[in-house]
Design a protein. Structure first.
Length: 205
């Protein structure tokens, strides 16, 4: 049985990871598997909505990374996994909902903190960091959280200033040095996207 190649794509919030992966997915479709670290936010039992709003979601402790590592290892063994479904509008996992994810020759794992955890880092055969200026990232985050996650502008800005910026400086930015490839502007970098697509195509062959 062929080896599964796992590609980790990290970078700050709003850096362009999702755009990069979307364009890769458009090129290869179901031939590749994509999972997000965001799906592995911890379930917050017994907490009110107000209390869940106060959680620092940009800290490594907010994630069940052990479960993600387990799932990546199972995918590498050509096993199907059942990943959690996270509802960002309520800041909690969707009760009773999971997503079935099947293995493929190439698995992409994306997230802001996936290079921070050494056990997860060791799972990656190729490590890509998407590097984008902070002003562009905050604008993209505001648009995403307001339009897609039912957040208010004030809450997004407050969260960015109190936790997101600090966590980026403490955890995300230092993890860039662990990358094999650094791509400025993510999916908007046509040359880098073409090179990455060529690499994935060669792996699939």
């Amino acid at each position: 049985m062929d080896n599964v190649i796992v590609i980790g794509i990290a970078g700050g919030t709003g850096s362009g990871k999702s755009t990069l992966i979307k364009k890769i997915k458009e090129n290869f479709g179901d031939a590749i598997t994509v999972i997000s670290h965001d799906s592995y936010y911890k379930e917050q039992k017994g907490m009110t909505y107000e209390e869940r709003c106060q959680t620092n979601y940009d800290h490594p402790d907010a994630f069940d990374t052990d479960l993600l590592v387990e799932h990546v290892m199972r995918l590498k063994n050509w096993e199907t996994v059942e990943i959690p479904v996270y509802d960002f509008t309520i800041h909690n996992r969707a009760i009773g909902e999971t997503e079935i994810v099947k293995p493929s020759k190439v698995v992409i794992v994306e997230g802001i903190l996936i290079f921070e955890n050494q056990e997860l880092l060791d799972c990656f055969d190729i490590k890509v960091f998407v590097d984008t200026d902070a002003d562009v990232r905050i604008i993209r985050r505001i648009l995403r959280d307001v339009q897609e996650r039912a957040r208010t502008l004030d809450s997004v800005v407050t969260q960015y200033l109190t936790t997101v910026k600090l966590m980026h400086e403490q955890f995300v930015e230092p993890s860039k040095k662990k990358a094999d490839i650094i791509i400025p502007e993510g999916g908007f970098n046509v040359v880098a996207l073409e090179m990455l697509n060529q690499r994935i195509e060669s792996l699939l062959k």
